[in-house]
Ligand binder design. Structure first.
Ligand code: BLA
Length: 233
């Protein structure tokens, strides 16, 4: 599932000359014991983005996931591109979270780099239909305009591809048109990326899920070597 999102993303990453980084076989594709859950991972890098990862989880009707995070290089203060999309086939429920994840919560920073999400929210207000619950603190690494959709087949078929495409292209264009950093220097940026990885590795509800599917040992190395590489100094 979510092949169209994957294609939109990879086509765009190729356009900006990203290179695919080879992952170990066990990270590239991994199954649980009876193969009812399969996880596939991809990693890209480019001069602009030091790390851009994509994860797809196929758990049949139980759960389908498309998760992607784009980290700019340490010489750009731009937000981190974060998208988490889940489909629960049995109940036909969609959860989609899309954000330009800010490195700091300074109002001018948020206005400059995150506020453009608002245009998408206004245009597709049916898709942006709920607020964040308490999994994450909304004021740490989330923007005030984070898009959250708890929806159904209709949201999936009618809006998801369009919203994702627009959300991605606005982000990539922002990078293209941005010149100098005005809020953070590269050392600050690196520190914020480390904080983001530590914070996310602690809060991400995926950890629990992965442990139940794939076991503690595989999950711990997955978090450390792939998902949040800067979380373990
Ligand atoms: C929520 N993400 C969730 C939940 C799960 C995952 C199981 C809780 C579902 C629920 O509340 O019904 C699952 N997250 C995953 C999986 C991966 C993952 C399988 O990362 C695989 C790698 N999460 C992100 C990123 C963002 C993000 C980059 O990984 C930012 C856009 C957001 N996920 C996010 C938020 C919630 C969530 C904000 C809670 C939604 C809410 O508060 O309602």
């Amino acid at each position: 599932m979510f092949d169209s999102l994957f294609d939109i993303l990879v086509t765009n990453l190729e356009k900006i000359k990203s290179k695919r980084v080879k992952l170990s076989n066990d990270l590239e594709e991994h199954h649980n014991e009876n193969s009812s859950y399969t996880i596939k991972n991809w990693l890209f890098t480019s001069p602009q983005y030091r790390k851009w990862r994509i994860t797809k989880l196929d758990g049949g009707d139980k759960i389908q996931v498309f998760n992607t995070v784009g980290y700019p290089s340490f010489n750009s203060e731009l937000p981190i591109f974060g998208v988490d999309i889940l489909w629960f086939g049995t109940s036909k429920k969609l959860l989609a979270v899309l954000d330009y994840q800010p490195l700091i919560q300074d109002k001018d920073y948020l206005d400059k780099y995150c506020k453009s999400i608002n245009l998408i929210k206004k245009k597709y207000s049916e898709f942006d239909n709920t607020k964040m619950k308490k999994v994450y603190e909304s004021n740490r690494f989330f923007s005030p305009w984070v898009i959250i959709c708890r929806g159904d087949n209709n949201h999936l078929d009618k809006y998801l591809n369009t919203v994702f495409d627009l959300f991605l292209n606005k982000y990539l264009n922002m990078y293209e048109s941005n010149s100098d950093n005005i809020f953070l220097n590269s050392q600050d940026i690196e520190e914020k990326h480390i904080e983001y990885d530590i914070y996310s590795s602690e809060k991400d509800p995926a950890g629990k899920l992965f442990k139940s599917f794939f076991g503690e040992k595989w999950t711990n190395q997955f978090i450390k070597n792939y998902l949040f590489t800067l979380s373990s100094g």
